[in-house]
Design a protein around this ligand. Sequence first.
Ligand code: GTP
Ligand code: MG
Length: 451
Amino acid sequence: MSEHDTIAAIATPPGRGAIAIVRCSGPAARDIAGRVFRSRAPLLDRVATYGSIVDAAGQRIDRGLAIAMDAPRTVTGEDLVELHIHGSPITARETLNGLLAAGARLAEPGEFTRRGFLNGKLDLSAAEAVADLIAAESRAAAHAAAANLNGGLRRLVDSARDALRTILEELAGAIDFPDEVPAPDPGDVHARVATVAQALAALSRDGERGRLLREGFSLAIVGPPNAGKSSLLNALVGEERAIVSAQAGTTRDTIEESFAIDGVLVRAIDTAGLRSSADAVERLGMERARAALAAAALALIVVDGAAPLEAPARDVLRATRERARIVFFNKRDAGSIGYDARETPEAGALWGSTFDPASIATIREAIAQAGWRSERIDATRPYLGGARHVQAVEAARRALELALETLAAGAPVDLIAGDLAAASAALGEITGGAVTEELLDGIFARFCIGK
Ligand SMILES: Nc1nc2c(ncn2[C@@H]2O[C@H](COP(=O)(O)OP(=O)(O)OP(=O)(O)O)[C@@H](O)[C@H]2O)c(=O)[nH]1
Ligand SMILES: [Mg+2]
């Protein structure tokens, strides 16, 4: 894969739409696009020009706009031409084929953004935020990605690295010119390194928030059969997603559906009712229910509060006492026998009905409280965008811890230079100061073609 050839791809999603955009980037972008697009007026930089799309035989296949953008003021940092045509997948494909026949190469996934990164148009954390923004499934995730795209994470990382660089320069000065430059004061250096370490610790805590925003929050709805689990899922989602019936054992398999609270995507899993059963299929369903329960961040235990508490209800309540959960006694409209018989650990359980919107609002509030309210989701704060960032920050924190221990032990202050340099290098991986080809391949492979 050469960075000097000209690449082309359809930039809009597959399928029919009002407009399809085919784009082309590289040194020959204007020449190649000129073989496919004909207009009376020449293409001017950043001006939309109306004209025709022609195939290899010179036959007109569509009309549309061409926008040429000259390097270096483009997203890729190269000459770029966008062809805006009617949104037919056939014509888009033909237009792309025309560009390929004229000498362009089909772009790899994320290659436009990768070129932008290599040409210094955006740092690596912003490039990754582009993929996060496109993949976002909730408002909070989209806003958080936009914050990183605007350089929020880069600014935090750069300021930590600047602080470390300044200390390293002072250490180097004292080593190179021991007679003229005094060695920095160990107490002062300790305080400054500790400040950077604290900033990184805050960023790590935010890493958890970033994961929440990107991946959503998992919620398992479990309980004995016929308690109203599927009714509750439907009420939370706002549509009749799962089958509800008065027959116990209606839900056999797990059913996943998402909805948003505070803009956070909640991935809820409705499960088969838990009881002792001889039915092989039902037992398989219960195994899945237990697996979903184990994997979920939060359990929503639903119990019929209007019926006496039988063994299945008592068992599931007892088995989940140690884990993060919300207990909901359902069917308040029909009585309180079960609710009144609850044991002390369930004293504070919620009580209501899936038919009552106020109960649903209370449950939504409880999910947010248990899940993330204490965190205060602030999507405008930069976040660590995935395992790669988390590892880099952890590596930097470990190196700084070593430096702090060295200083606390009263060792000569220049001994920490290696650790500070290691911390700075680890942080550099986030913004892409020092990255390898494989790393870039891994990052851009998750983009779509044409981005
Ligand atoms: N009276 C009353 N009935 C309810 C309430 N919520 C659900 N039900 C009824 O309870 C029965 C069982 O509801 P489901 O949602 O299918 O229960 P489930 O827990 O998913 O049951 P399984 O899938 O069999 O484990 C249905 O007849 C519902 O209409 C409620 O708040 N009050
Ligand atoms: Mg059900």
